[in-house]
Design a binder for this molecule. Sequence first.
Ligand SMILES: Cc1cc2nc3c(=O)[nH]c(=O)nc-3n(C[C@H](O)[C@H](O)[C@H](O)COP(=O)(O)OP(=O)(O)OC[C@H]3O[C@@H](n4cnc5c(N)ncnc54)[C@H](O)[C@@H]3O)c2cc1C
Length: 313
Amino acid sequence: MIERDLVIVGAGPAGMAAAISAYDSGVRDILLLERDQYLGGILNQCIHTGFGLSYFKKNLTGPEYAHRFIEKVQAIDNIEVRLKSFAVKLTKEKELTFIKPGELKEIKAKALIMATGARERTREMIHIPGDRPSGIFSAGLAQKLINIEGLLPGEEVVIVGSGDIGLIMARRFILEGAKVKAVIEIQKQSRGLARNVVQCLEDFKIPFYLSHKVARIYGKKRVEKVDVVEVDEDLKAIQGSDFSLECDTILISAGLISENELLESAGIKAGNISIPGLFVCGNAYKIYDLADSVSRDALLAGKQAAEYLKGLG
Ligand SMILES: Cc1cc2nc3c(=O)[nH]c(=O)nc-3n(C[C@H](O)[C@H](O)[C@H](O)COP(=O)(O)OP(=O)(O)OC[C@H]3O[C@@H](n4cnc5c(N)ncnc54)[C@H](O)[C@@H]3O)c2cc1C
């Protein structure tokens, strides 16, 4: 098994910032693994502005923000980037198995940084009963389909939850000519940034129902309608407040959860890591609102990994 000084899994803003800062702190053997075919992580599909306001003092799109880090990573010879490389197994000894098309590789990391990002909550996780037709998407998947694949997932949309991704996608669907029937949020307040509520919903006069939930989904092959009901302080349905909305598409935007499957399958708790030389950063560590904060904290992870390696002598 080949041994490498520092291995980083995930090349979103967290993984890239960690790699750059580890190099700046003296590490000269860095392997950056990314399952996608590009560097940049989720930023590649975030074509709206709002990135970099505090880190670069500029209002950038996601790809523009990512590009600033990609250029730096590519300029450093000591950072070996491997794309289409999916880490599939990890042990407590920091042995990592990853697959590339046609290849399976095993490496041992002296220091390891997990920067694997987050995944979205699903319909099942928020318990929406009803039929199981097509037309139900996570907001991030819909974003990828529109912004990267050039596909419009539907024409009459109801958005469940008011996380930032859902708010941004409400505006995106309108700009693509679709109709957004409503955004339904079970809490009294939006889960997203105030600026996104204004710029993505209010500016486009999209109906926004706070303290409401989708009570049921209907549809044989494709989504046909949803029942919506108001909820009380205990989030229980208020009888007689229900109404229906016809739609062909439902987006679930009910928050992100850290992607730590590899750690968990190795029996390691992400929030409580006691394995020397193993670090977690970015959304894999905790869910950040802003990429700027991800980059800042990930620089620290790179620095700490470098200090750990120096300690090994
Ligand atoms: C829709 C949306 C809108 C947003 N809008 C804004 C905004 O306006 N302003 C702002 O500042 N922030 C915004 N954010 C937040 C910001 O984009 C994220 O906080 C940031 O991208 C998280 O960085 P990360 O590197 O932790 O994760 P990611 O960007 O998700 O990167 C993780 C990377 O790890 C890779 N990976 C995962 N598992 C493996 C594996 N097993 N093997 C190999 N590779 C793996 C993934 O492919 C991915 O490339 C938004 C986020 C979303 C989703």
